[in-house]
Design a protein around this ligand. Structure first.
Ligand code: BES
Ligand code: MN
Ligand code: ZN
Length: 487
């Protein structure tokens, strides 16, 4: 099931000269508007300049929305995403299908890109499983967005469009239930995207190859399921000589359903575990977007896709497995499966040439408890690389908060019988011990781990409220863009 696609264009024409059925004008505190119908609404007090307020007027056969933007000095790219999302929802409720935003005076590319993102993200629907009511049909989707701007914001608008569409595509993968989003389905999506871009290639391997490669930790998680696991490797190489900088490695956890395995989860905590493939979904869609934007970087994406199921052939608590890197792991809890999959995928990405790693994973309940849905946990062995990831996160509004690594946490994942254990007793500092486990496989390669257990779904933002959020897609694209530009 694919997300809908919106047309976006930029024009220097006046809003009334566009074809849009709904025109949005933003107003800051202390400012006036030049459109008479909206000025009247402000004068009467029906419209307000406070951030988030929206008022409607009709003029010349079209809808005009006045969007309060609050104080100019408080207005950020994130406020622009939120305002755009509010306007898009209101316009849709009112039957609008072609929206026009006027870029506020004095604003440039950053705000333009954010308005595009907020509009497209807010337009995401996941309604393919519901019967359409004939008496009360759902509102028609937005199809087109026109941005009226005097500044040249075409590139920013296009980047925003591609990034937000990619995030929406990741959301569709996330929201699709596990019976329809198996490891093979995810691999098929990666293959479909690779077929669309000459610069993008994909390799998909199954159970036999994963075992043959020596990825014993990944294979152990997969062995309990009747669904075939998939090791998905995406490579983006722009035209000869176009790329510079280090090879980026994006690694994603894609457990398409996490029952916990034999260390089975209680029913309440199992219900949302179709989202345990969120990291992998973000990696796949972000790399395709990077290819679409032809960014001047090289990227290798590694996605470990599997179910985690209990069965007669499941891995047992106490089993010891050998990883691709050679370290052995005592699996004392089969529900700590994400780190097993990632351990082999990170080692594999490095062996395949990745020089900077970001991994995305819905890894620990501990991270969700610590940071809620607001921040993703960020853990890293390299301050410079960590700063770059943080900068990308701040630019896209996908917030991260650094949590610590420490030798004492690393000690907790040392094994008794094997080299490592996958789930320290006591669960203290769970996000940090999980990251220290991964750290052993990243070694000295600059690596940043994003624990997106809290942010991958039910993000609570106006433009991504419930369900999958596509968290990380825009961040990875931004990171690739900054990395290509910096070198
Ligand atoms: N997928 C879960 C983590 C998770 C929990 C994500 C809640 C989103 C919401 C992961 O595989 C898991 O089960 N982690 C365990 C690890 C523990 C057994 C050491 C956890 O966090 O409880
Ligand atoms: Mn688990
Ligand atoms: Zn999991």
């Amino acid at each position: 099931m694919l997300a809908r696609v919106m047309r976006v264009q930029v024009t220097t024409a006046a809003p009334a000269a566009t074809e849009a059925d709904t025109l949005v004008i933003g107003v800051f505190e202390g400012d006036e508007v030049e459109y008479p119908a909206l000025a009247a609404l402000l004068d009467s007090g029906e419209a307000k300049r406070a951030s988030g307020s929206l008022a409607l007027a009709h003029d010349d056969g079209r809808r005009w929305l006045l969007a309060g933007l609050g104080k100019r000095e408080d207005f950020t790219h994130e406020s622009a995403r939120v305002s755009a999302a509010k306007a898009a929802k209101r316009a849709t409720e009112l039957g609008g299908q072609h929206l026009c935003w006027v870029l506020p005076d004095g604003e440039g590319a950053t705000i333009a890109g954010a308005l595009v993102e907020g509009t497209i993200l807010a337009a995401y629907r996941f309604d393919g499983y519901k019967e359409k009511s004939e008496t009360d049909p759902p509102p028609k989707p937005l199809e087109e967005l026109t941005l009226c701007a005097q500044a040249d914001v075409t590139d920013a608008a296009e980047r925003g469009r591609v990034a937000a569409e990619a995030a929406n595509a990741a959301r569709a993968l996330q929201d699709t239930p596990a019976n329809d989003m198996t490891p093979s389905d995810l691999a098929a999506r990666a293959q479909q995207l690779a077929a669309e871009h000459e610069t993008l290639t994909v390799a998909v391997e199954g159970r036999e190859e994963i075992v043959a490669r020596g990825m014993g930790a990944f294979a152990a998680v997969a062995q309990g399921s009747y669904q075939e696991p998939r090791l998905i490797t995406l490579r983006y190489e722009p035209a000869e000589g176009a790329a510079s900088g280090p090879v980026l490695g994006f690694v994603g956890k894609a457990v398409t359903f996490d029952s916990g395995g034999l260390s089975i989860k209680p029913a309440d905590s199992m219900a949302e575990m179709k989202y345990d493939m969120s990291g992998g979904a973000s990696v796949i869609e972000a790399i395709a977007a990077i290819a679409e934007l032809q960014l001047p970087v090289r990227v290798i994406g590694v996605v470990g896709a599997t179910e985690n199921m209990p069965s007669g052939r499941s891995v047992r608590p106490g089993d010891i497995v050998k990883t691709l890197k050679g370290l052995t792991v005592e699996i004392n809890n089969t529900d700590a499966e994400g780190r097993l999959v990632l351990a082999d995928c990170i080692a594999y990405a490095i062996a395949e040439g990745a020089e900077r790693i970001v991994d995305l994973a819905t890894l620990t309940g501990a991270c969700l408890v610590a940071l809620g849905h607001t921040y993703a946990g960020l853990l890293s062995n390299d301050d410079d690389w960590c700063a770059r990831v943080t900068a990308a996160a701040q630019a896209t509004g996908e917030l991260t908060w650094r949590l610590p690594l420490h030798a004492e946490y690393a000690n907790l994942v040392n094994g008794g019988v094997g080299d490592l254990n996958n789930a320290p007793a006591g669960r203290l500092a769970g996000a940090s011990t999980a990251a220290e486990f991964l750290h052993r496989f990243a070694g000295d390669t600059p690596w940043a781990h994003l624990d997106i257990a809290g942010t991958a779904w039910h993000l609570g933002r106006e433009y991504a409220h419930t369900g999958g959020s596509g968290f990380g897609v825009r961040l990875l694209i931004e990171l690739a863009a900054a990395s290509g530009a910096a070198s």
